[in-house]
Design a protein around this ligand. Structure first.
Ligand SMILES: *Cc1c(COP(=O)(O)O)cnc(C)c1O
Length: 379
């Protein structure tokens, strides 16, 4: 099956009792048994629920994995991966991580004696020197937020081939329409399904997809034992979102590229961060590992002034000034004051998150209306 078919049919079947074409929302905590221990395959909804199961099968299908798991948030999914580890284990992670991931690693899991090293993955050969016999997990995010840096997933998985080290990729920004890390050798894909998978800014959800069934079973055990599952109604919303993922991601990408080009030619703009532009330092890698470049575009002002960024954001009408991303509607964000405010100012400066940086989540509206909105705000 090709991807455009998988988003609709992958892992899906009509409901067996009635033939219902859509998976019903199974609002039930428990399931009747014929005789003690003899049941339909479902016992209690923390372990498995048919609506969540349909979503999990869809997730496995679209990421080319053996097992999908759906969680109450993206962070609950990451929490599950870290619980594979034991005290003393070491994790190497990208330095430009989603803030909530960084917060969980450092403020929750360091106290359980996990050791985290945060590094720039621009030169993957340098990562080899950081690997010790205690390294058990490499945590990647590509593209990163908000500076759209890329990591060469294949180069990282080649580096650890044959070693007892898992490679996990947060694929939230790209979505499987654009990039499929398991095909590039990764072991686990993670999503904030709140973003592009859900796609309509109406649900908080997370996902893991494991390359092989054995690892999938270990992750399921942790999910079942820790309890961070996604409820049936939210599972239905994400499953419904996935059905239009291919259509949406293509439009997000088409609009994203148009807007990135528009910004690059605008006299008030200093720098545009978008992997689909030839000026992006890793444009060749984008062509290699991504089908399209998605809907996230960041830029800075020629003036370098924070006030210009703020004034610009206040004037937008079609773009909504809000945190989050990946929905059908366009959003604009000031990372230094909003999504990345919890990162200390010096650390932000080190990463390049300046006070004149604006991040756009380009939606699926008409591109001319979006560009007119930006033009008005610049004026
Ligand atoms: C939003 C986000 C998360 C966290 O997901 P939640 O659903 O908010 O818990 C993790 N990684 C990335 C890249 C995100 O954008």
């Amino acid at each position: 099956m090709n991807f455009n078919t998988k988003v609709i049919h992958g892992g899906q079947h009509h409901e067996s009792a009635t033939g219902s074409v859509n998976v019903p929302v199974f609002l039930t905590s428990t399931f009747a048994q014929k005789s003690p221990g003899i049941h339909s395959g479902y016992e209690y909804s923390r372990a498995a629920n048919p609506t969540r199961q349909a979503l999990e099968d869809s997730l496995a299908s679209i990421e080319n994995g053996a097992r999908g798991l759906a969680f109450g948030s993206g962070l609950a999914a990451i929490d599950c991966v870290l619980k594979l580890l034991n005290p003393g284990d070491e994790v190497i992670a990208v330095d430009d991580l989603y803030g909530g991931t960084y917060r969980m690693f450092v403020r929750l899991f360091e106290k359980y004696q996990l050791k985290f090293t945060f590094v720039n993955f621009d030169d993957v050969s340098k990562i080899a020197d950081l690997i010790t016999d205690k390294t058990k997990l490499i945590w990647l995010e590509t593209p990163t937020n908000p500076l759209m840096k890329l990591v060469d997933i294949k180069a990282v998985t080649d580096l650890v081939k044959g070693k007892d080290i898992l490679v996990a990729v947060d694929n939230t920004f790209a979505s499987p329409y654009i990039q499929r890390p398991l095909d590039l050798g990764a072991d686990i894909v993670m999503h904030s399904a709140t973003k592009y998978l859900g796609g309509h800014s109406d649900v908080i959800a997370g996902a893991l997809i494991a390359k092989d069934a054995e690892l999938g079973e270990k992750l399921h055990f942790i999910q079942f034992a820790s309890g961070g599952i996604l409820g049936p109604h939210d599972s239905y919303l994400v499953l419904r979102g996935i059905k239009t993922l291919a259509l949406r991601m293509q439009r997000h990408s088409d609009n994203g590229l148009e807007i990135a080009k528009y910004l690059e030619n605008h006299p008030a703009v200093e720098k545009v961060f978008y992997p689909g532009l030839k000026s992006h330092p890793q444009h060749d890698l984008a062509l290699k590992q991504m089908k399209e470049s998605g809907g996230m575009v960041s830029f800075t002002f020629k003036s370098g002034k924070k006030e210009d960024a703020i004034k610009f954001l206040e004037k937008l009408k079609v773009f909504t000034l809000a945190e989050s991303l990946g929905g059908v509607e366009s959003l604009a964000n000031h990372p230094a004051l909003m999504t990345h405010a919890s990162i200390p100012a010096e650390k932000r400066a080190e990463l390049g998150i300046t006070d004149d940086l604006v991040r756009l989540s380009v939606g699926i509206e008409d591109k001319d209306d979006l560009i007119a909105d930006l033009e008005r705000a610049f004026a």
